[in-house]
Design a protein around this ligand. Sequence first.
Ligand SMILES: *[C@@H]1O[C@H](CO)[C@@H](O)[C@H](O)[C@H]1NC(C)=O
Ligand SMILES: *[C@@H]1O[C@H](CO)[C@@H](O)[C@H](O)[C@H]1NC(C)=O
Ligand SMILES: *[C@@H]1O[C@H](CO)[C@@H](O)[C@H](O)[C@H]1NC(C)=O
Length: 251
Amino acid sequence: MMMMSVNVVLLLLLVAVVVIGSSTQHAAAAAPTAACPCQDASLCKPIQGQRPEIFGFTAQYWRQFNFSLATTIAWSDDPDLVCHAHAHGVRVVLQQYMDIGVPADKIVLGLPWYGYDYPCLNGGNASARYCEIKRVPFRGAPCSDAAGTERGYGDLWQVIHNSSAPTTPVMYDDLLVSKYFNYRHTDGTLHQVVWFDDPSTLQQKFALAKTMGLRGVGVWNFDLLDYSTNDPRVHAATRDMWNAFNAFLQP
Ligand SMILES: *[C@@H]1O[C@H](CO)[C@@H](O)[C@H](O)[C@H]1NC(C)=O
Ligand SMILES: *[C@@H]1O[C@H](CO)[C@@H](O)[C@H](O)[C@H]1NC(C)=O
Ligand SMILES: *[C@@H]1O[C@H](CO)[C@@H](O)[C@H](O)[C@H]1NC(C)=O
């Protein structure tokens, strides 16, 4: 269980809980200063009234977001829950935000369109579910995203569907509601691509956001899928990621 505890603490930024001050503030925070890129310019105006929202980020525009209006680190008094993406942790932290008086309709749950590739310490243990990784505090929080490398879902999909790739099959952790696989790096160390989300795990977490009455859901980031492909399987994989939002949007 020690191993598990270590790993759970280190799941940095797979969950991003974004607290929005108001729709006006949100618009001020999120709107790129460039002209509205949509054909329908009203789509760039602040959202009026209550309706479910999808918050999208792209790598190109992220510098224009005002992050003082949002936090991407889930707050919690429980040191084992400071940074996490798993379904239990998401539920606990969302409840804690509500307990300190943040209304559900001002909370947006952000989830990843990427996975994290972590080298295991001490060569790793291929038969263990969790591996210990280097501790690299993130702005004081006991998280270690810097110990790993981000890998976009589009890239991960290629690895998962490459029968020559030297990986374990994709496994599902039903406690964390996340997918993972391991592989042996050419330098001999065991790597875990820990806790990436796919359409099925995203649907479950989006459904949780809906059940809790949150204002919206979001993903970091829209650029991480393959939109240029002619391969119908990749095209379907990209479409399935977008369709996962229906778990939040459908009445
Ligand atoms: C970001 O938002 C904060 C809080 O509203 C504000 O004080 C600050 O000036 C904003 N920063 C920018 C660059 O707009
Ligand atoms: C590797 O993990 C398995 C399963 O958790 C455990 O039984 C075994 O003792 C571990 N081996 C080492 C060397 O830690
Ligand atoms: C599949 O994996 C093998 C072995 O790692 C690699 O050489 C090959 O380039 C991969 N194929 C694709 C399409 O990525």
